[in-house]
Design a binder for this molecule. Structure first.
Ligand SMILES: [Zn+2]
Ligand SMILES: [Zn+2]
Length: 323
């Protein structure tokens, strides 16, 4: 029987049929952190911690960490390279903002998401709802099986570009520092009300909004494009994720910076990217090419290339600027 250690990435999941989904490994650090966040968020029900300034801080930081940090940076910039920043240092600053969402370091996040695109809704997808809605929403990373643990080999396979970047590796290893510093800052400036609303409650709201993209937008909603997965477009997820809910559009045009395609598919993250381009901080914005019968340029993804084999320097898939 084939065995797999924590430091070996399996050649294929066929080696893992007997261990996939087996109870045993629990990511205790993640579980305790998220449990503490949920308990902390409940403190928002205590009237003594309510203030309008705390609500404002909660909303602003929700957009900043969830919209700018996760949707714009972790997802569209680092995972899919659908645009580029000028200067490069801005990419690192945006990544620090992403760390403040408490979704882990960028390298592991990007690796998981590229793998999702390469194997969407198959047995090799770490968070397909076909394995259960709750699994896709939040349990997959709390009880990761051997196919999705963040081993060095796993990260090297799915995020080799970020693994070569010393700054990204440093930020990834120290990602927890940034939400902790933010919590301390909130407490020092605004007291318990800012900590509870801008720290704990905001974190929980951002986390569940992000997780809905993995769960709800592979179950409910409408499909504009006949992709090979179960992805859907869902308006209310698009609202709470600043445009990420147009997930079927995204699976069809994965490297496009714009996810909302129809005029009423509002995409706040794309608007923010455009806004940054107007002041010269963003360039090389990639767009979907529609309509066309064959697979569009934008669907030739980094994730698909990585699934085909390990990358070496200079082998990265070409990021073609769509007109
Ligand atoms: Zn998806
Ligand atoms: Zn994606």
């Amino acid at each position: 029987m084939a065995t797999t250690t924590a430091n070996e990435y399996p050649a294929s999941t066929s080696e893992l049929d007997e261990t996939q989904g087996a109870p045993g490994y629990i990511a205790w650090g993640v579980l305790l952190w998220l449990g503490a966040m949920h308990v902390g968020a409940l403190l928002a029900f205590y009237p003594g911690y309510f203030s309008w300034s705390a609500v404002a801080v909660c909303l602003i930081l929700h957009w900043l960490t969830g919209g700018v940090g996760i949707c714009m940076t972790y997802h569209r910039l680092l995972t899919h390279r659908s645009f580029a920043t000028r200067p490069k240092a801005l990419e690192y600053l945006l990544t620090i903002i992403g760390c403040c969402a408490s979704e882990g370091g960028a390298v592991g996040w990007v690796a998981d998401h590229r793998r999702h695109h390469a194997h969407s809704d198959t047995e090799e997808d770490a968070h397909t709802p076909r394995r259960g809605f709750g699994w896709a929403h939040m349990f997959w990373f709390m009880t990761p099986d051997v196919t999705s643990r963040h081993t060095p080999a796993y990260l090297a396979k799915w995020a080799p570009d970020l693994e070569r970047d010393k700054v990204h590796v440093f930020l990834d290893k120290n990602h927890l520092l940034f939400p902790l510093l933010l919590f301390v800052g909130l407490y020092l400036v605004g007291g318990m009300s800012w900590l509870v609303w801008g720290g704990f409650l905001r974190t929980i709201l951002v986390l569940h909004a992000t997780w809905l993209v993995n769960s709800a937008t592979h179950v409910w909603g409408y499909r504009t494009h006949e992709t090979r997965d179960d992805s859907t477009n869902l308006w209310w997820v698009a609202i709470v994720t600043y445009g990420e809910g147009w997930h079927n559009n995204h699976h069809a045009f994965q490297t496009s910076a714009r996810h909302g395609v129809r005029w009423w598919e509002v995409d706040m993250t794309y608007m923010a990217i455009r806004g940054l381009s107007w002041i010269g901080l963003v360039h090389s914005i990639r767009m979907p090419k529609m309509p066309r019968k064959e697979a569009p340029v934008a669907t030739r993804t980094i994730g698909a290339a990585l699934a085909a084999g390990p990358l070496h320097r200079g082998d990265e898939p070409e990021l073609v600027a769509a007109s």
